[in-house]
Design a protein around this ligand. Sequence first.
Ligand SMILES: [Zn+2]
Length: 181
Amino acid sequence: MPNTWITDLEHLPPPDVEVPKASRVIADYFFRIADEAIRLRVGIEEITTDIHCRRRPGRRPCKGLICMQVAEDGRLRWRCPECGDNGLMSNWNDQPCQGPYPLYLEEKQVSLLLRYLDDTEWVPILKNGQPEEGELKFELDMDELDDLWIIVGHMMDEARGAMVDKLEVIQDRIGWAMDGC
Ligand SMILES: [Zn+2]
């Protein structure tokens, strides 16, 4: 099975930091993918780059060229169409995000939040989601996302069983929204 590399560019050693050779090689590979994505202004349509796949299946260099696109959550999705090596990269585009940050929630997730947040300033916001691809899209600023993240954290502290899982999924989505716009 091909690997899916989940990487966060902020957690990789920058090019001028000395690390073991194998780590350097793989980190540089990811930096190269990110640089190319920025240079080519990669969007949601998948494009093929001229970056050769670094894998060597059967000890022969893979002939694939890396394809990439921006995933719905803003991460960079890349893959080799030949061998299937692939990954999702966060913080690949270090231009600062000014917001608003799109937050996508399912309708039932919004209902769940509204049950807890009736009587708060969140009601008009949560009732104003724009339908997009079967979900509701909210445009929030970083303070609002931060508030909501903390609120859902408090809800999780008081919840039990399956409700904790449901809230955790919501909190994950808020986290993704914070990752970029
Ligand atoms: Zn390959």
